[in-house]
Design a protein. Structure first.
Length: 421
């Protein structure tokens, strides 16, 4: 079968599978046809006579096989190609295409196999349960299944990887997991774009590109960078960070050797961006580089820290934009620590007004969503702070600010010459 024949048959079967006849919901007999000129725009171009002949010969061959009927105009011009419903099985076989009902049954079988009903209460798998709920509804309405690309085994691998990512508790390298699951070091990377899209859409991830890292699936080991006013005990070694000028990077393996962390000052500060982390003068603070949205290693470190230092003040310093506040809320939700914002208020926006940037349409949408979410938390008493005035200020003054612009020295914001809007 040549490309012209394959294209026509695939189109006709697509139309059939979207029809009421396919759903057995039609009371009258339907026919399924396509316009030759619409499928092949060059068909009626006088300068493309050879192509015209090729299309005619190809479609006439399909008609000779009884796969289709041809509706012919004058001078041998083909108007429409009509599917022969009595030859559906032969059409599927000729294309090597799985009939949609068989395909749907295979998909349901994968759901039952990969995501067993006995695990429905497991919190980690909630993104997949949400996904399945939507897909069952889509299938009932004869709509396509999201992230399925007409390859049953490929789809099985995708869901197998999704379950593994969501239930993973230890940091693991991308290639190591790929070999373990698929005996192929590069298979995971090929599935990664769809996995990220699926989990981002149905889970609680704030950035699609950080999904794998948040699940503890990494290309290189995670390092938790710390500095400031604290003592740590690694194995039998005790270290006073306040006596070190720079920072200390703890790898995943090193973190496992931590016996305790004692915060000597009153405040723990997480910082979103690396430049700001390096420039931040810790003074009496214990400072941790977050790197945007934290992964499992950083979450576990923060929980470990909080368990040993529950009476300290926990603050987050990030961009003054929708993303920065989403990271703050994500940090609180995922760690259970009552973080407050730091240097993320209207005063800082006023101080650095000449360095602010205008909001995008997406920024405005996210800021309104944040405000609504915060309003609900305040109403039910679960909010740790009320920063609605900052969100309103940003919307009213069309502004946002990158964290790197803010200069912090000894706990004070460096003042600009311009301090008011």
């Amino acid at each position: 079968m040549n490309q012209i024949q394959e294209k026509v048959l695939q189109r006709l079967l697509d139309i059939y599978e979207k029809s009421k006849t396919f759903m057995e919901a039609n009371k009258v007999k339907q026919s399924f046809s396509i316009s030759v000129a619409k499928v092949f725009p060059k068909y009626k171009d006088d300068a493309e006579y050879n192509f015209f002949c090729e299309v005619n010969e190809s479609l006439q061959e399909l008609e000779s096989l009884s796969f289709v009927y041809l509706d012919e105009e004058r001078n041998g011009v083909l108007k429409k190609v009509v599917l022969n419903p009595d030859m559906l099985a032969a059409c599927y076989k000729a294309l090597g295409r799985i009939p949609r009902k068989e395909e749907q049954a295979a998909i349901v079988g994968i759901w039952d196999e990969i995501i067993p009903n006995s695990e429905v209460g497991e919190e980690n798998l909630q993104p997949l349960w949400k996904y399945l709920e939507v897909q069952r509804e889509r299938m009932a309405n004869n709509r396509s299944v999201e992230y399925y690309e007409h390859d049953v085994e490929d789809y099985r691998d995708l869901l197998k990887l999704a379950v593994e990512a969501l239930s993973n508790e230890q940091e693991i390298f991308v290639r190591t997991l790929s070999i373990r699951l698929f005996a192929d070091s590069k298979r995971l990377e090929r599935l990664a774009p769809r996995l990220k899209a699926l989990l981002f859409h149905y889970g609680e991830y704030e950035e699609k590109e950080s999904v794998l890292e948040e699940c503890g699936i990494v290309q290189t080991p995670t390092y938790v960078m710390i500095k400031g006013n604290a003592e740590v005990c690694l194995g039998a070694q005790r270290m006073d960070l306040s006596k070190i000028e720079g920072d200390l990077g703890l790898s995943t393996c090193t973190i496992k050797e931590l016996k305790w962390v004692k915060v000597l000052g009153e405040r723990v500060v997480t910082i979103e961006n690396l430049t700001s982390f390096h420039e931040y003068i810790s003074d009496g603070d214990f400072v941790i580089y977050l790197g945007g949205f934290h992964n499992k290693v950083k979450r576990e470190f923060l929980r470990f820290l909080f368990e040993q230092n529950p009476k300290k003040e926990y603050r987050h310093f990030g961009d003054i934009d929708a993303g920065g506040f989403y990271i703050l809320e994500h940090l609180k939700r995922k760690t259970g620590i009552p973080f407050l914002s730091l240097y993320m208020d209207t005063k800082v926006l006023q101080t650095y007004r000449e360095s602010t940037m205008p909001l995008t349409a997406s920024d405005r949408k996210r800021l309104h969503a944040l405000n609504d979410e915060l309003q609900e938390k305040i109403a039910d008493g679960t909010a740790t702070e009320d920063y609605r005035d900052t969100l309103a200020f940003m919307l009213e003054n069309d502004c946002k600010l990158e964290q790197e612009v803010v200069e912090v020295s000894r706990g004070l914001i460096k003042q600009s010459e311009h301090t008011r809007y």
